[in-house]
Design a protein around this ligand. Sequence first.
Ligand SMILES: *[C@@H]1O[C@H](CO)[C@@H](O)[C@H](O)[C@H]1NC(C)=O
Ligand SMILES: *[C@@H]1O[C@H](CO)[C@@H](O)[C@H](O)[C@H]1NC(C)=O
Ligand SMILES: *[C@@H]1O[C@H](CO)[C@@H](O)[C@H](O)[C@H]1NC(C)=O
Length: 337
Amino acid sequence: MKPKKRHVLLLWVLVFAGVTQAIEPISTTIAVGMAATLTAFLASYQNILYYFHECCRPEWISFNRTGLEADLQRKLFGQHIASRIILKAVNGFMSNDNPKKPLVLSLHGWTGTGKNFVSKLIAENLYKEGMDSSFVHVFTSTLHFPHPSQYDTYKTQLQQWIKGNVTNCERSMFIFDEMDKMHPGLIDSIKPYLDYYEKLDGVSYRKAIFIFLSNAGGDSIIKTALEFWKAGRNREEIELRDLETLVSLSVFNNNESGFYHTSLIDRHLVDFFVPFLPLEYRHVVQCVLAEMEARGLKPDQEVADIVAKDLVYFPKSERVFSVKGCKTIESKLDYYT
Ligand SMILES: *[C@@H]1O[C@H](CO)[C@@H](O)[C@H](O)[C@H]1NC(C)=O
Ligand SMILES: *[C@@H]1O[C@H](CO)[C@@H](O)[C@H](O)[C@H]1NC(C)=O
Ligand SMILES: *[C@@H]1O[C@H](CO)[C@@H](O)[C@H](O)[C@H]1NC(C)=O
């Protein structure tokens, strides 16, 4: 990841050798001393490389629970259920030295509600390099598996990629974006890796993390959220059990979902179905204020209101939820500031 730094280091070694020559003649004692130093230096070269070059070691991969908790609290808005499950799931998994299966999370909800964002927060609090880590792999259906006719090739390829990457580092993370656009059945090809096996062909997948993202189930989440809103109930009263079965069923039975009739669900290989609620006006305002802060701007309530008012809300008559969640606020903010 950091080839530049490595080059600097090599250069330094060369300069060091050059200096040794330049100050000749030198006494044998000094020469021996320098040679010893150089040897010691080269011996620790490997360790220094670990320091500069990302590798599958605790220096680069360690879970920061407080970090994730703080991030979920400060940066994710309107998702009390998702926030709680994610923290509990990831923390439980990472504090277990001997998990019986990999962690498998399936995040569901309408666009712009924070599914990608949460995956990023997890990566950032697990890998020093965050989403840029060479141990974090993102598969986007329309990009990696675009042609239904190539289904068989994709199956083999996906299996090889996952096997290869977990062989490299057991703490690998795989994010499958746009699960709704994935060929139903493709995901079943990685089923063995998600299961309770100790090892498959000598490789253990038990410390890996798999995250699936999809809009599937979004409609039933919205329906529940709207019912609560219409009944005048607080959205924080919505509980996981109000949604979990609904979501897993609609995902399983939706023939446009990558999970259509998948054996992952009836084999209970997905540890958590995580619902993301549709966002209201006040959440959009929070998103804008957070984005301003992230850009080093002074959070300005007035601008936040203007940006939030510029979005489209549904249902048409009540205008409760943002159609695109917080998705388009970045470009809108560019426009208004
Ligand atoms: C964990 O995250 C917190 C909050 O972001 C940060 O202050 C702390 O330095 C992090 N700890 C480690 C070990 O990186
Ligand atoms: C790891 O996954 C990537 C895709 O993210 C793939 O290109 C690469 O070949 C895989 N590595 C191995 C060793 O299989
Ligand atoms: C999904 O099912 C609906 C109705 O049952 C059908 O009209 C549609 O063509 C199906 N889509 C696919 C991709 O099979």
